[in-house]
Design a protein around this ligand. Sequence first.
Ligand code: NCD
Length: 303
Amino acid sequence: MKRNLLALRHLDVDDIQYLLSLAQEYKDGLRFAGGNGPRRSIGLLFFENSTRTRVSFEQACHKLGYVPVNFSGDGSSMSKGETLKDTILTMRHEQLDALVMRHRASGAAFLAAEHFSGPVINAGDGQHEHPTQALADAMTILERKGQIEDLTVAIVGDVRHSRVARSNAWLLSKLGAHVRYVGPNTLIPSNMSGMPGTVHYDLKAGLTDADVVICLRLQRERMAGPLVSSANEYTKMYQVNRGSLRVAHPEVIVMHPGPMNRGIELDDATADGPHCTVHDQVHNGIYVRMAALEWSLGEDGAA
Ligand code: NCD
């Protein structure tokens, strides 16, 4: 059965738990890629920059015995004016079995899913969602904390432009965490209604007793104009560092989806310290993407 993975908002708790358990089985060496089935070709369509997400999808393909077919907007017919819809239809007739797509427009993955024959996995659509990053983060929290239910998770920084914040907010609250959005009011959407969680404009209040802190980069490429007066002032008020973390739970974990802007949203000592999970998140990204690919192609062996 074909399944798209477009947004955590629309994924039910059973599917989330199933994907996390598949990923863990791969990581623990309890599950191996079949290798006997048809060799699947997976289109990796990245119209926006990516390091971690792209490499880990490619790694996931290799580990599953699938063939990654790389495509980027630059150097393609899109730079000659071809529409996204026509590009997706072309991919369909190139006989790709699944598409992984990152695009600057919120909702682009949904458009792709309408026109493509196989499953589509959203690898980040504008400021909307980034489901596999949230799955990697959830897997990391489960490993470090043993649970998600009842944890207090503070998402700190540029929530407004962050697809990572949205996917994490949906996933973590579906699994019973208490989500807080922390940052200046210019970086927290004025209308948070419909999103689970509470808003804190004060860093200390937002970090008090937090079990998990997710740091976000200032995503300047998505800002129409300046939304913070200066990086310096932002850093003084909102940086996650040893001082600001004093009010958090003593065993708080500090997460970051990358790329980090060291010295701005978090300091070096925190980024390199024992509480930081940034490398675990990258590592787990491979396994959740293996799970997502298998699941979306219906090759996970489940009925
Ligand atoms: C994030 C993204 O692209 O949404 N990075 C990632 O995929 N790990 C976060 C960001 O760009 O700040």
